[in-house]
Write a protein that binds this ligand. Structure first.
Ligand code: ADP
Length: 352
């Protein structure tokens, strides 16, 4: 193969690629490689041009032993960490057995894969941690009931009560994990059914009236009176889960004496959807949330106050589920809140 042919092959590759000759100098580098390693690398010795220890070892091995090697290259671009997987392949760059033997280095951007792997590992670690806490408590109480508290009916009652609460927490966590995985699985598939949103919201509110009464919270029905509509494309169970979660959070975190209001605007053009949509708002007069937490609230297991969330029986998954369901409905979720000014969670859903 002649040099111009190698150069045009390297130039045609969509990922960073360089060819290194038997004299250990870079013979040709494509545009993507120049973006990655900097201008003027052609003609330079590969050690001074590429400067990544793992990659240099792989190239040296490739040149010396004529074997295929791999190495990961870590770099950053505009504040973002990137991972490239480099394949170093021996290549006959010119005629002549020895004089022509060099290597081709091709780099594949594996950042999204690495990120997904990291997210999966974090998620498994989080779930294990969340399950371990109630499980440890349960095991401790079983031990106590088998031993010291065996003949103490009062202690037994109290411990069984706590065990019930801890088992309930595990049950809610597993239920929320299953919901989350179901919603994620069909997030691409928009619901085909049509739902009367007004009626669904009213029944959600009625269902939560006992919880509000018990918590000393006033629920205000500010929905258009006597209307069941508008009809929108939606999955009724999932929409019930969205508004159930939002109203329940408002009750839980609003606290005694607070007011929780559910309202809905008539369908109108929604710039956020670039289509006609209906906006539903759940607002509370509770303690509010400081601005730094707002962008992270819908992350799995993100809580403003860990202790309070656990005390309230929270799993830390409620808003993550809400976000995925709203996405599936091609809607938008917006959270507005400030310390001591209450919170408003608004959901905009397309009507067609
Ligand atoms: P949790 O199971 O902890 O309630 P969520 O995902 O539903 O999990 O909510 C995440 C966090 O957002 C909560 O732990 C809480 O700190 C905060 N939060 C949610 N809704 C409200 C609200 N209405 N007022 C104040 N804080 C809230």
């Amino acid at each position: 193969m002649s040099q111009p042919v190698v150069a045009s092959l390297v130039a045609a590759l969509p990922m960073p690629a360089v060819a290194i000759g038997p004299n250990e100098r870079i013979e040709t580098a494509n545009e993507a490689a120049v973006r990655l390693f900097g201008e003027g690398i052609e003609g330079r010795h590969f050690i001074t041009a590429l400067r990544q220890p793992g990659l240099l070892d792989a190239i040296e091995g490739g040149l010396r032993e004529g074997q295929r090697r791999q190495a990961d290259v870590l770099t950053h671009d505009r504040g973002q960490d990137l991972v490239f997987r480099a394949t170093v392949a021996p290549a006959q760059l010119r005629e002549g057995a020895l004089q022509g033997r060099g290597v081709l280095v091709i780099l594949e951007d594996v950042t999204p894969m690495e990120k997904a792997g990291q997210m999966r590992r974090d998620f498994v670690a989080n779930v294990s941690h969340e399950l371990r806490t109630p499980l440890t408590a349960l095991m401790g109480f079983i031990e106590t009931l088998k031993g010291p508290a065996r003949e103490d009916p009062q202690a037994r009652e109290r411990f069984l009560g706590i065990m019930e609460a801890e088992a309930g927490r595990m049950n809610r966590l597993v239920g929320d994990l299953l919901s989350l995985s179901r919603v994620e699985a069909d997030e691409r598939m928009r619901p085909a059914e049509r739902v009367a949103l007004g009626g669904l919201l009213r029944s959600c509110l009625n269902g939560l009236a006992p919880l509000a009464a018990e918590a000393g919270v006033t629920l205000v029905d500010a929905l258009p009176a006597g209307e069941d509509g508008p009809e929108i494309p939606g999955d009724p169970d999932q929409l019930r889960q969205v508004f159930g979660n939002l109203v329940e959070n408002a009750i839980k975190y609003g606290g005694r004496g607070c007011e929780v209001r559910l309202s809905m605007d008539p369908p109108a053009y929604e710039p956020r959807l670039r289509a006609t949509g209906v906006c539903v708002r759940v607002s509370d007069t509770g303690p509010g949330i400081s601005e730094i937490h707002l962008p992270r609230l819908t992350e799995r297991f993100y809580r403003v106050d860990n202790h309070r969330s656990r005390e309230m029986g929270g799993t830390g998954l409620g808003l993550a589920i809400v976000k995925h369901i709203v996405n599936r409905h091609r809607g938008r979720l917006r959270i507005e809140s400030a310390p001591s000014a209450g919170s408003t969670f608004s959901v905009v859903l397309p009507v067609d």
